[in-house]
Design a protein around this ligand. Structure first.
Ligand code: NDP
Length: 392
């Protein structure tokens, strides 16, 4: 008997970005299994329109409302609904025609749509790590309450998730979170003082959006991933160890209480974890590259230097303090990265700014959603002011 396969219906928030475009590549290769129902973007109108014509979703959303007319006109010959604005992002993830939401938007803006998707009982393929950094406790609570599964897309967390398959009831002793070390891994503190945004944007192993690439260079990305791991896998900060692994082949490891360590390996290609999030718990065929162990003969691991990469120490402190402190760090970091990309502050100035804001921002031990929103907005204002008066 020919059993008809029901296609998984996917909404992609941030379709025009690095993760979004790679997700569409995965979907195109598996058109028998997946279909796109929603595509969203912020500014890249031409690419969004091109994607919409190719994948024929029910709906597209352009977050930047000023671009609404252009998108609407460009798709006027097709039966695709066009919406604009942040509110529309929250509405489209609730649609009955959507099974899974891939959160591939960058930054704090991903938080609200993710909350709406969870409350609508959707499966979340989570790339937007800032959501868990800002409000991990709230997100985990809501996901449990609304029985919404969160499947990690970040390569490290996908690796940990894969290591945990078949380990129900077996306690994690330690998570070994690997880090490439970024383009400045071997730079001295003195060299780091004068690195430019052009240098920071050249990641040795991964091709990613600008913000996460700078976060990787400053190792704030790894700090955020520690927080992400804490919430996704329910471990204490002390159970997470960061290991610099420049080859980016071992995507992370889990150590169990008998001392056994499981690792997940693969070529550094984000289409792998994206595809796994889509196909979980199954594995499906892919033509993504394979590891050639005759070429990749040496896999090395070292501890990170938190003196040179102070962001990692700051992120660990924020994670330990909890409350709204990770939200503070995320907000000031977003401002710092944008300022660094515009050459308004130096590379090391980003850590200085974050440290300053961590000591100045009001601490809230048990924040509500409204507290996160207020913290984010206050910290952004204060951080912008500090940059303006050139105190960093
Ligand atoms: P990109 O910068 O490449 O893409 C971001 C996407 O979000 C774009 O589609 C962009 O639209 C959209 N967007 C930006 N701002 C807003 C906004 N305010 N409202 C709505 N949409 C917005 O980022 P990445 O794809 O690299 O990263 C996305 C997320 O995934 C980040 O949280 C990152 O940390 C995480 N991640 C990324 C990895 C990677 O390999 N890239 C790996 C692991 C995690 P437009 O293009 O139109 O401006």
């Amino acid at each position: 008997m020919n059993k008809e396969i029901k296609k998984k219906r996917i909404a992609i928030l941030g379709a025009t970005g690095s993760i979004g475009t790679q997700a569409l590549d995965v979907i195109e290769h598996h058109a028998d299994l997946y279909e796109v129902r929603v595509l969203t973007a912020n500014n890249q109108v031409d690419l969004l329109v091109q994607q919409a014509r190719r994948f024929m979703p029910d709906v597209v959303v352009i977050a930047n409302e000023e671009k609404y007319e252009v998108v609407k006109d460009a798709l006027s010959d097709l039966p695709i609904k066009v919406y604009a604005g942040a509110e529309a992002l929250c509405e489209v993830v609730e649609m009955d025609t959507v099974d899974m939401v891939l959160t591939a938007m960058v930054g704090y803006a991903g938080l609200r749509p993710t909350i709406h998707a969870i409350k609508a009982h959707k499966v979340i393929a989570l790339a937007n790590k800032e959501t868990l950094v800002v409000a991990g406790e709230l997100i985990e609570r809501l996901a449990t309450e609304y029985k919404s599964a969160i499947i990690p897309v970040d390569s490290e967390h996908s690796a940990i998730f894969q290591c945990l398959a078949g380990e129900v009831g077996n306690e994690i002793e330690k998570i070994l979170l690997t880090a490439s070390g970024g383009p400045f891994r071997t730079f001295s503190k003195q060299q780091l003082q004068s690195v430019t945004s052009v240098q920071a944007l050249k990641h040795p192993n991964w091709k990613m959006g600008a913000k996460v690439t700078v976060d990787s260079a400053s190792m704030m990305n790894k700090g955020f991933e520690m927080m992400e791991a804490k919430w996704l896998f329910g471990v204490d900060p002390e159970q997470i160890e960061v290991l610099v692994h420049p080859q980016s082949i071992v995507h992370s490891m889990v150590q169990f209480k008998d001392g056994a360590v499981k690792a997940q390996l693969g070529v550094p290609d984000m289409r792998l974890p994206i595809q796994y999030a889509f196909s979980y718990p199954d594995r499906i065929i892919s033509d993504i590259g394979r590891i050639d162990f005759s070429v990749c003969q040496s896999l090395t691991f070292e501890h990170p230097d938190t003196e040179r990469f102070h962001n990692l120490a700051l992120a660990f402190e924020a994670m330990k303090r909890g409350g709204n402190m990770p939200c503070v760090v995320n907000a000031v970091n977003e401002i710092a990265v944008m300022a660094f990309l515009r050459d308004e502050i130096s590379f090391l100035g980003m850590s200085d700014l974050i440290e300053k804001m961590m000591s100045r921002a009001a601490f809230i031990k048990q924040p509500t959603y409204e507290d996160y929103v207020a913290t984010d907005s206050e910290v952004r204002c204060m951080a912008k002011e500090l940059i303006k008066v050139k105190t960093v």
